[in-house]
Design a protein around this ligand. Structure first.
Ligand code: ATR
Length: 290
């Protein structure tokens, strides 16, 4: 006989959550957050909502009207949603994007947990101490912004940002440098001269993500054995780039942890409870196999 553990727990006291995106059908957030609520014994339910760009304002009004406690916001709404909220956390304003909304008695507050989630995953999974380290970030888009700001707070000695469009790398480096960090924008052609000095290389682009799993964000033959190579892509769970880096004796860090921990921070903002990250990781890994 089939079992319905989550549905059976829904009752008139259930607190509602969800993710807004377009597309959203493949999101792993519902499976991850429902598992987290279940593990923590919280009477809550989390669903995916396909919200087209023209419907974002109405969807946020729905959050207020229906008194959802929390929402995750994914592509393409992370920037646009900001104008519909009552308050933006300073670090989310700095990054210029929101991925988590907390409904505090009708006041909608926007946070960004992507960069924080990335750094927490990196530190917990690899044990790296970032202070004084030399970091090379590949990409200068939205994901790079959140990650670079969060990395900069860890006081590395230098952050190079390398991007196909060098001007965007210069712009991002300039805005991060206002926080008093040594951040330098470069073009991709400068990578070979720099990577040998780096302690950590992070791919923030989606190059190498399914269905383009054969693409590489950077030539892995440049890696040396002491370097930590980190990819935010988690589909495939271990990208070709990471497999090749590992083959050269580099340490690797895959993108799944960033996804888990951005969700963990959202869970913690919503509930005030420590997120059950082992259970969250387990259920997401299982869902990739299923
Ligand atoms: P996201 O919010 O996911 O970071 P984005 O803001 O569109 O998405 O940024 C995508 C990043 O991946 C950019 O840094 C982009 O480089 P450009 O600024 O030159 O466009 C980078 N990128 C995307 N496809 C790439 C490719 N095939 N090779 C190198 N960089 C690529």
């Amino acid at each position: 006989m089939a079992q319905y553990p989550l549905q059976a727990s829904i009752n008139s006291g259930t607190v509602m959550y969800g993710v807004f995106g377009d597309p959203v059908k493949h999101s792993k957030s519902p499976v991850m957050l429902n598992r987290a609520f279940q593990e923590a014994g919280v009477n809550a339910a989390y669903a995916a909502f396909h919200v087209a760009p023209g419907q974002l304002k109405a969807a946020i009004e729905g959050v207020r009207a229906l008194n959802f406690r929390g929402i995750n916001v994914t592509l393409p709404h992370k920037v646009e949603v900001m104008k519909h909220l009552d308050e933006i956390d300073p670090s989310a304003r700095h990054v210029g994007a929101v991925n988590t909304i907390v409904n505090e008695n009708g006041r909608l507050i926007g946070y960004n947990t992507d960069g924080l989630g990335y750094v927490r995953s990196l530190k917990e999974e690899t044990g790296i101490a970032l202070e004084g380290k030399k970091v090379l970030v590949l990409g200068a888009g939205g994901a790079a912004r959140g990650i670079t700001y969060a990395l900069a707070r860890e006081k590395p000695s230098v952050i190079w940002i390398a991007n196909r469009t060098a001007g965007k790398a210069h712009d991002l480096a300039h805005s991060v440098s206002r926080d008093n960090n040594n951040c330098i924008g470069i073009g991709l052609e400068e990578i070979p001269g720099i990577v040998g000095q780096a302690d950590l290389v992070v791919n923030t682009t989606l190059v190498g993500m399914f269905p383009n799993a054969d693409e590489l964000p950077m030539d892995p033959s440049l890696f040396h054995s002491g370097i930590l190579v980190s990819d935010i892509v988690y589909n495939p769970l271990k990208t070709k780039w990471l497999i090749l880096a590992e083959g050269r004796g580099s340490n690797i860090h895959s993108g799944l942890g960033m996804f888990i921990y951005q969700g963990a921070y959202a869970f913690e903002y919503w509930t005030g409870l420590r997120a059950p990250t082992a259970a969250m990781r387990d259920v997401v890994e299982q869902s990739f196999k299923g």
